[in-house]
Design a protein. Sequence first.
Length: 153
Amino acid sequence: MVVLAYDTGFVAADAELDFRRMRRQGRWARFAARLRLICGERTRLSSFADVIAGLGATARHDLGLQAVELDTIVGSVGRVHEFDRGFRPGRTIDPRRWMAIDRALRNGEPLPPVMLYRVAGRHFVQDGHHRVSASRAVGRQSVNAYVTEVLAA
């Protein structure tokens, strides 16, 4: 699903609207999952540690800087409770930090690439959760990332 960013022309106001919209969507997603009562339906990010343990990873290979499609980022290294599967910020996320990143994206300011692990074509955020979340909020399709591929046994 492509989410179009708000664009009032006031960057600070747009960033706040993005944050509030993402939080609201996260609450609705959690509520809808509870209503469906479908076993196994997940709104939480996938855990990198759980995936690696299940695969029996044997090696890591640095792939360098790449543009990565946001839709392929499905999990996290250690922060699975702070963002949901759509990278919407949870209650523990500092709104000021998140909105500062959103404003920087809207102003075209350069941000450091995120750091990702790739496992079987899917990506897990090691560093840059807020940047991934805000990039989704403003309607970006991809993010620059340093990628390390994890090879399974």
